[in-house]
Design a protein around this ligand. Structure first.
Ligand SMILES: Cc1ncc(COP(=O)(O)O)c(C=O)c1O
Length: 396
């Protein structure tokens, strides 16, 4: 018996596949700072638990395949703050942004068709596009250029007769790149000229720092029929385990197609949707507070990283990740060293090797991604452990 070519073409997640070493290190009594995964330590707002506690039905029944109406309505109200007007039929609730992406690629990609995405990119795009039988076509970006991919020549060079969509993670994971409205207009123009879908993954929407603005592709009315927004409560509300996200689109044919897939998987967890509705109802003060927290974590992490000789890093403008070149030739080997041989006062650290964030072979071998999702003291210590680990590794 054989597995499908599609699953054979996928790789394991670089964010999770080194966990076995961390589990062993922890079992041996070491403390591991997990900078490898976007799992924030920020408390989930209490309104989530309260809404779940207040659930007064006697049966936890299936919900509608498109989502609980109370949640769809809360999502519509949330988008109003960006002057984007959706109705319930334009919101499909999913099991996190992950299922939203999986469904969207299934709905728009035929076997052999191509999805354009700036690399480095969130690794699971490779998984979901490959699962749909498609092919990732990367637009390579570099720290030196601020990971900028909103350039006509770069994008057009990647377009072929098989291109079906342009994927924009904004703010970017792992680069922290934040698009401006003008960048989005340019991408929109190209998408219109070549009749492409725009898959706008905006799960980090509010996490845009310094003078950057939180924006959405949904704000561009002339793109309404081709924009597919992916959203999630995981990051914005620090509710990763709730597994609630959504697809938002004004394209009725797409929403009807997605509904077929949604009906096949029946529904999302009823109680998590009730909690998520309370999260989407939070007011502006919440966003200001978490954004300020992540911005200060970014500053601390960047400051500490810059103290490491040989590290090359671009200060990210959004989301909560940082890419950095390390003075080693094989970052994976260094990570395994950190988890298996190194310790400082019983502590060590874990990051995600960047190779899996690239589709182009050979790129990312000397880069890592860290997630600045822990409090400032923990970030300081985590990055210090990378520095001490590098000293120990390079003097071996
Ligand atoms: C860019 C991006 N999109 C989607 C997701 C999926 O998140 P979730 O399924 O938890 O909503 C993630 C998670 O890290 C992400 O970084």
């Amino acid at each position: 018996m054989e597995l499908s070519n599609r699953v054979n073409a996928m790789g394991h997640s670089p964010i999770r596949r080194f966990n076995k070493y961390a589990i062993e290190a922890e079992a041996n009594g070491k403390k591991v700072y997990h900078l490898n995964i976007g799992q924030p330590d920020v408390e989930t707002p209490a309104c989530f638990m309260e809404a779940v506690k207040d659930f007064d039905k006697k049966v936890v029944a299936y919900s509608e395949s498109g989502g609980e109406t109370v949640l769809q309505d809360a999502i519509c109200r949330y988008f109003e703050r960006y002057d984007i007007h959706y109705d319930r039929s334009e919101i499909l609730v999913t099991n996190g942004g992950s299922e939203a992406l999986n469904m969207v690629f299934t709905a728009v990609i035929n076997p052999g068709e191509e999805a354009i995405i700036a690399e480095p990119f969130y690794t699971n795009y490779h998984t979901f596009i490959t699962a749909a039988g498609g092919r990732v076509v990367p637009v390579t970006t570099k720290a030196e250029d601020g990971y900028d991919f909103a350039k006509r020549d770069l994008i057009e060079a990647a377009i072929t007769p098989n291109t079906k969509c342009i994927c924009c993670i904004n703010p970017g994971n792992p680069t922290g790149r934040v698009l401006t409205i003008d960048d989005m207009k340019l991408i929109g123009e190209i998408a219109k000229e070549h009749d492409l879908w725009i898959i706008a993954d905006e799960v980090y929407r509010e996490f845009a720092y310094d003078d950057r603005k939180a924006v959405s592709f949904g704000m561009l009315d002339d793109l309404a029929d081709r924009v597919i927004i992916v959203d999630s409560v995981s990051k914005r509300f620090s509710a990763c385990g709730a597994r609630v996200g959504c697809v938002a689109s004004k394209n009725k044919e797409l929403m009807d197609g997605l509904m077929k897939i949604a009906q096949g998987r029946l529904c999302c967890p009823t109680l998590d949707q009730i909690g998520a509705a309370a999260l989407y109802n939070l007011d502006e003060a919440y966003y200001d507070e978490v954004k300020a927290e992540y911005e200060s974590r970014r500053d601390v992490s960047y400051e500490e990283l810059m103290k490491i000789p040989g590290v090359v890093c671009q200060k990210p403008g959004g989301a909560f990740y940082m890419m950095a070149k390390l003075p080693v030739d094989d970052v994976e080997k260094f990570l395994i060293f950190l988890l298996t041989e190194f310790e400082d006062n019983g502590e060590t650290v874990m990051f995600a090797p960047a190779e899996g964030f690239y589709a182009t072979e050979g790129l990312g071998n000397d880069e890592m991604r860290i997630a600045y999702v822990l409090n400032k003291d923990a970030m300081r210590r985590g990055v210090e452990l990378i520095r001490l680990g590098l000293e120990a590794y390079n003097s071996k």
